[in-house]
Design a protein around this ligand. Structure first.
Ligand code: FMN
Length: 197
């Protein structure tokens, strides 16, 4: 028997055990990327590939996607565990996350990580503001593959991550939950009383 919604949320994460992605974007001279689990294939038609992702509106990468209307998705392999700390536990506002990595620039300008299992460059076709996040539906405009590896999933990441980074992740998640709670509540209040800011 589950005691509360936090336990249920933990159960959901454990059952789903999502794979990790790096979402990169560039606008002008600025570039960044973040770790995301909210990435989904969104078209059945091989000739018309589409993906959906959701990016929190307080992340630096979000502002780059908003401005460029494009991004690149990279499937993370177990050999790239280091990307969790690099892309997921720090903001690109204050440091260059790409130093020392094999990168190229895609047709949309988005940075491409050549050591990802596979990557896709995407152009935004529609977006939905949900308060805490923006959900992007995007057309896939180019694709590529890198080294063969097993995709890194949340459970395996938690097994492999050094203790210090696990604590950083817990702290960061707690901070994001506070920010997201306020953003969702503000958004819902706006929906209930349209016209009021
Ligand atoms: C395992 C994991 C999963 C994450 N999933 C998402 C996600 O789906 N969407 C999102 O916006 N942020 C997600 N994040 C948070 C961002 O990766 C993180 O805050 C990042 O440092 C933001 O970088 P930026 O400010 O340079 O954009 C996740 C982080 C981790 C470690």
């Amino acid at each position: 028997m589950l005691k509360n919604l936090t336990e249920f949320d933990d159960l959901l994460d454990s059952v789903l055990d999502p794979v990790l992605w790096v979402v990169t974007a560039r606008f002008g001279d600025e570039q960044s990327g973040l770790i995301a689990t909210f990435v989904q294939k969104a078209s059945l038609v091989p000739a018309l590939p589409r993906m959906v992702t959701a990016i929190a509106r307080h992340h630096y990468t979000w502002s780059l996607i908003e401005n460029s209307q494009s991004f690149a998705l990279h499937l993370v392999g177990e050999a790239q565990l280091e990307w969790v700390d690099r892309f997921g536990l720090h903001t690109g506002r204050t440091s260059d996350k790409f130093i020392g990595l094999h990168t190229t620039r895609g047709t949309t300008g988005s940075p491409i990580l050549e050591d990802a299992i596979l990557w896709m460059e995407c152009r935004v076709e529609a977006s939905l503001d949900t308060g805490d996040r923006t959900i992007y539906l995007a057309e896939v405009v180019s694709v590529g593959t890198g080294p063969d590896d097993r995709p890194l999933r949340i459970k395996r990441m938690l097994e492999l991550l050094p203790e210090g980074q696990r604590s950083d992740l817990q702290r960061m998640t707690a901070k994001d939950i506070t920010l997201d709670t306020a953003a969702i509540e503000t958004w819902r209040a706006g929906k209930r009383s349209p016209g009021r800011s």
